[in-house]
Design a binder for this molecule. Structure first.
Ligand code: UD1
Length: 416
């Protein structure tokens, strides 16, 4: 297991490039299952979740090869079984269910367990696929699904689930007739998936709104497609500029998709401006506390909650953070407190009282974004911070120590 060693207190300066969005690339890689002929994807980030997905796809008979930032896939010899060994590593593996049902009429995928940030059921994925005609049974911890053929239907999601919307959307593009997804997720990653499917010949309207309409087609054809840049990685580097009192130009930053984050960081005293070269981030005055509630898009993303809390730890006054999406997404709090932060948690609400400095300490990442937030805290803290279990962070950030090192951070990776 690797850890990161950070000597904090260096204001970050320079330019950083943002790669493709992991959460857009994942469903699009799974969507290649639906397509006849080769698919060439550009801007696929080199993160561990992508490595895991390519391994799963190969395991179910989809040819995949990486050529630099591109991945070429060809779903030639599919079979419908996704093993627990891979699914347990990454919950997003359940995104193979819709495509395999649509393509083969069968799927057997291990049921993912709970995860660190909450129970995270997949009931809405299954209900949606059932509305299209699939039947599911549990056997030996695996979800076994089958269908004669999929038929379009109205699918209403009780909650706008990102993965659920993606799974049902992928099944619907090859279903007979029209499917309407109501209360669908509006996240930019869902839109990117829909745009990719449309580029392969799917008939989809309304992506980015809460009602997506799909007219089924009999087959999809391969195409070349570029994945959108990662808004969460970009947001993390904006906070890195603010928390170290540095000045960072974030290139390839999806400014419009990051609006709720940009507005919150500005209200906390950061100056964030769009320039022709990228988005320039620095402090515009002292950091001030702010309140935030995580919400489905276009609200404040839960995937930026922990990183923003790192900034709040050093802001004047109090901040209140309400996590409305996941029930257990404050595991970074006790670790921040080990560094001198003052935070109290009551249920899904955390109260942060700003302190004037954080002190380096050994801390442990217990999930992806919480781990990134500990790295941010370490960059600002005095002395040495060790962030253990950095494999969580590697799931979603490409070579984070190289990118931060390029901005002047004193950071290195070591084997435990
Ligand atoms: C995706 C993102 C994740 C992000 C999250 C919320 C990927 C690979 N992951 O996760 O980074 O934090 O969106 O923006 O894109 N729910 C149910 N039943 C279901 C499905 C979801 O009750 O069948 C609940 C969840 O427990 C959660 C809420 O719905 O409380 C939202 O979850 P969802 O949008 O599905 O998150 P993911 O797709 O898992």
């Amino acid at each position: 297991m690797d850890k990161l060693i950070i000597e904090g207190g260096v204001p970050l300066k320079g330019t950083v490039d943002v790669g493709g969005a992991k959460n857009a690339a994942l469903p699009i890689l799974f969507a290649a299952i639906l397509v006849d002929g080769p698919v060439r994807l550009k801007n696929v980030p080199d993160t561990q979740d992508i490595v895991t997905t390519l391994r799963l796809l190969r395991d179910i008979g989809c040819e995949c090869r990486r050529e630099g930032e591109e991945v070429v896939l060809d779903a030639k010899n599919l079979h419908p079984e996704a093993p627990y060994e891979i699914v347990r590593k990454m919950r997003a593996s359940v995104l193979c269910m819709g495509p395999l049902l649509a393509r083969l009429g069968r799927v057997r995928a291990a049921l993912p367990g709970g995860c660190n940030i909450g129970a995270r059921p997949i009931d809405l994925h299954l209900k949606g696929l059932e509305r299209l005609g699939a039947k599911f049974d549990l056997a030996g911890g695996d979800m076994v699904g089958s269908c004669e053929s999929l038929k379009g239907a109205v699918v209403h999601f009780d909650t706008p689930t990102v993965g659920g919307t993606e799974n049902v959307l992928m099944a619907a593009v090859l279903a007979e007739g029209e499917t309407v997804l109501e209360n669908a997720a509006k996240e930019p990653e869902v839109v990117d998936l829909a745009n990719f499917l449309a580029a392969c010949g799917a008939k989809i309207a309304g992506q980015g709104t809460s009602e997506i309409r799909v007219r089924g087609v009999s087959s999809l054809t391969g195409c070349g497609y570029g994945i959108i840049p990662d808004r969460i990685v970009a947001g993390t580097y904006l906070v890195a500029a603010g928390i170290t009192d540095g000045e960072v130009l974030v290139r390839n930053c999806p400014f419009a998709e990051l609006e709720p984050v940009v507005l919150k960081l500005r209200s906390m005293g950061m100056g964030i401006e769009k320039t022709p070269e990228g988005v320039l981030a620095k402090r515009s005055g002292p950091l001030r506390g702010a309140d935030l509630t995580t919400q489905p898009h276009p609200g404040f993303p839960t995937d930026m909650q922990a990183q923003t809390m790192a900034l709040m730890c050093l802001a004047e006054g109090a901040s209140v953070v309400e996590e409305s999406i996941f029930e257990n997404r404050f595991m970074h709090v006790p670790e921040f407190c080990r560094m001198g932060a003052q935070i109290t948690v009551r249920g899904r609400t955390a109260m942060v009282r700003g302190v004037s400095r954080l002190k380096g300490a050994p801390v442990m990442a217990s999930d992806l974004r919480g781990g990134a937030a500990l790295v941010l805290a370490g960059l600002a803290a005095s002395g040495t911070t060790q962030v253990r279990r950095i494999y969580h962070v590697d799931r979603g950030y490409e070579a984070i120590e190289k990118k931060l090192g390029g901005l002047g951070a004193r950071i290195r990776r070591e084997r435990e």
